[in-house]
Structures are given as structure tokens and as C-alpha cells.
Design a protein around this ligand. Structure first.
Ligand code: ZN
Ligand code: ZN
Length: 327
């Protein structure tokens, strides 16, 4: 009876399959389906690789193994691993900390496929001794998640909430590089959500309202920020513009060095630009809001406002900008 080596009915999520019989006969039929590759290994080392097609195993198409086992026609020992070259989808989710140690949770989806089966087998299957598809999938997921955690933790919480598109593009580039090292192509990554604790969401709110992360970070609690802001309430009343309370001023900058050594700036002092009408941003998702919006068009969150139109945190009793009582 002719030995047939074939991956019958691969499961939808199966990326590899090991042919259970390690004794191979010359003349065996090897059936490699489309989007598959068959890799012959022995003692953890890769010998021959065969692509899609129906192959009768001969000394011709397994030249490296043949060289190893010698000229005899008797059966030889080898591990045959089938690798699927199809695209797979994986979901991820995890927790990490931002640069300023804000706890964040994130989740999303990614797509990948094997790009280099030899490297993939060397690094993952053989390298980690994972010969079961579930183990391989688990390993890839953990590897992805670890990379995601590491790369996300290089960003600030403001970047994550305000510039998620930029962060995701940059993180993707790094993850693609990580995956390439395993012989995998990371086709795409989507960050579907990022979240943090209530306390940090409140802080984020103040950072976005005031544009001063450093100040907000220095305050122990968000209540303190609100209280400090509330103190200067009267000042902004009726002036038609939002005055930034004294505390909100950025810390004094070191004197700017002249561009050319010893040459004072030739330009006369520019008059201070009038405080530009600040573009309001959604404190929940960081996207720009249309003037006077009551709901964010991006995340749908309700935008709470004081009677004078300032955005206030949910549940606030007084507007921290103008001091108006909120009904
Ligand atoms: Zn929003
Ligand atoms: Zn107000």
C-alpha cells in the first residue's frame, strides 16, 4: 500500500499540522494543497521544503534528506510539518501602563500569515517545540500582545486618547518588524479600543481642557485640580474669553538661547497673538467637537456644559472656568 502524506481537512484556525508517522517510505505520495507548504525536518533541523502539488517522494525531490540518509531505498525517519500560508485573524486584548504609568486596557484585532515557512518553523515550531496548532496560535497571540504592551507603554495617555491614529500607525510598524523576525507577515492591526480608570479619565479631561499635562500630573487628585481652577472663577466672567487661571500657566521656561551665538534677535517683539478661539475637543475620545456640541459626533458621549457653554466634567456642580452653578 502506498503511503499517503496529506493534511486532510485543516481546521480554520490551524496554522500547522504534523504528520503523525515519522517513518517515511521512498515512493510515498505527498499531497500539498494550495496555500500549504510541507517541510521535512529531522532532529530539529530543516531539510527539504515542498510546495503545492502531488509529489512522489524520490531522491530527486528530497535531495538534502537523501544525502543525509544515504543511498539505500529503505524507509527513513523524518518529521513532516505542513504549514498553512493562509491569512489568519487574531484578537488581542491586554493591560499595560502608559509612559506616566496610567493604567490602560486595550483590545482589537490583527491579521497575519506565514511569509517565510522555513524561518517560521525554525523560530516558532522547532524553536519553541510547538508541534500543535493550538500551541502555535497561543504563542503568536502572546508574542503579539507582549509587543503591543511594550510599544504602547512608550506613549503618554494623551497620545493614546488624542492621537490614537498616529499611535496605531507607529505601533503597527514596530509590530510588523517583530513579526518579520518569526517569518510572519503582520498584514494589519486595528486598535478597537483603549480605556483607563475613572481617575485617569478625569485627569485626561483636565489635561485636554487646559493643555497642561505637567500641571495636572502634579496635582494629587482631580478634585484638587477642579478646586484650584474654581478659585479664579470671577476673573473670566464677562470678558468674553476664557482666561487661563494663573496655576494653569506652564512653568517658567528657561530663557531661549539666541540662534546665532551672541547675535541678538533682529526681529522686533511680536505683539502677543490674541488668544485664539480654542478648538474644543471631546474629553472622552479626544476628537475635535463642532462648536457648542451637546454630543460627540465620534464617540457619542454626552458633552456636559455650564450655562456659559464651557465643557465641564460629568457630575460637576460648578463650572471650573467661570464658576457658574450647574443645574
Ligand atoms: Zn468623543
Ligand atoms: Zn463656565
Amino acid at each position: 500500500m502506498v503511503q499517503v502524506i496529506e493534511w486532510v481537512n485543516p481546521g480554520e484556525d490551524e496554522i500547522i499540522w504534523r504528520y503523525p508517522n515519522e517513518v517515511i517510505k521512498w515512493g510515498a505520495q505527498l499531497i500539498v494543497h494550495e496555500y500549504e507548504v510541507a517541510v521535512f525536518m529531522r532532529d530539529g533541523k530543516i531539510y527539504d521544503v515542498l510546495g503545492p502539488g502531488r509529489h512522489t517522494l524520490t531522491t530527486q525531490n528530497l535531495p538534502l534528506l537523501y544525502k543525509l540518509v544515504g543511498g539505500s531505498n529503505s524507509p527513513f525517519k523524518a518529521t513532516v510539518i505542513f504549514v498553512s500560508m493562509k491569512e489568519f485573524q487574531g484578537r488581542y486584548g491586554g493591560e499595560t501602563q502608559t509612559r506616566e504609568l496610567a493604567p490602560i486596557k486595550y483590545y482589537g484585532v490583527y491579521w497575519f500569515k506565514v511569509a517565510d515557512p522555513v524561518l517560521f518553523i525554525t523560530e516558532v515550531v522547532g524553536g519553541q517545540s510547538l508541534y500543535d496548532a493550538n500551541d502555535v496560535t497561543r504563542f503568536i497571540r502572546a508574542y503579539f500582545n507582549e509587543g503591543m504592551m511594550k510599544h504602547l507603554s512608550a506613549y503618554s495617555i494623551v497620545d493614546l486618547f488624542q492621537n490614537l491614529d498616529m499611535v496605531s500607525t507607529q505601533v503597527k510598524v514596530k509590530l510588523i518588524e517583530d513579526f518579520r523576525r518569526l517569518g510572519l507577515e503582520l498584514v494589519d492591526v486595528k486598535i478597537e479600543g483603549v480605556n483607563t480608570t475613572d481617575e485617569w479619565r478625569q485627569r485626561l479631561f483636565w489635561i485636554m481642557q487646559t493643555g497642561n499635562a505637567q500641571y495636572v500630573m502634579q496635582m494629587d487628585t482631580t478634585k484638587q485640580v477642579a478646586a484650584e481652577l474654581g478659585k479664579s472663577s470671577g476673573a473670566a466672567m464677562g470678558t468674553g474669553m476664557v482666561l487661563i487661571p494663573q496655576l494653569m500657566q506652564p512653568p517658567a521656561q528657561p530663557a531661549q538661547p539666541y540662534a546665532g551665538a551672541g547675535v541678538p534677535p533682529a526681529q522686533p517683539q511680536q505683539p502677543a497673538a490674541p488668544a485664539a478661539q480654542q478648538q474644543e475637543i471631546c474629553p472622552y475620545c479626544g476628537k475635535p467637537l463642532p462648536p457648542g456640541a451637546r454630543f460627540c459626533p465620534y464617540c457619542g458621549h454626552q458633552i456636559h456644559r455650564c450655562p456659559n457653554g464651557h465643557i465641564v466634567p460629568e457630575g460637576a456642580k460648578f463650572c471650573p472656568v467661570c464658576g457658574a452653578k450647574i443645574e
